[in-house]
Design a protein. Structure first.
Length: 135
């Protein structure tokens, strides 16, 4: 006896497939921003670290720079994600985030233009699109 798989049936719905693709694209865009910012900050800090390290010891190897780079990437990316989460919580509690009803799009989230850390709130929404996109 062939029993139907509820997961496959659920994904067969074109609206559900489009919804999941939209969530994936939003997450991808958010993580791409995190990676790009992390790499930019990492390159800047590596230049400073290398200059300082070579000033102190001209014969320093590449391993300390590599270790510094890995730790910097980890810390900067963690800082961005946690700061974006804190900006979301702060904006939500301060009333900078609201909803708007549009005749075409339906209900959507609106972030006030005067929100002090708006780009971090947008980043948090892109990393966690399920917060604002309900079915």
């Amino acid at each position: 006896m062939n029993t139907p798989n509820p997961r496959k049936e659920k994904l067969a719905n074109p609206d559900e497939v489009m919804y999941r693709h939209l969530l994936a694209r939003m997450r991808w865009r958010g993580w791409l921003k995190v990676v790009a910012l992390t790499m930019a900050v990492d390159q800047l800090l590596i230049a400073v670290f290398t200059f300082a390290a070579r000033s102190l010891d001209p014969g320093i190897g590449e391993m300390p720079t590599l270790i510094f780079s890995c730790i910097t990437c980890m810390l900067v990316s963690n800082w961005l994600v946690s700061d974006a989460r804190a900006a979301w919580v702060s904006a939500k509690s301060s009333g900078y985030i609201g909803t708007a009803i549009d005749a075409v799009k339906g209900e959507s989230v609106v972030i006030a233009a005067r929100c002090p850390r708006r780009w971090l709130v947008v980043l948090h929404i892109e990393l966690n699109p399920q917060l604002v996109m309900r079915r």
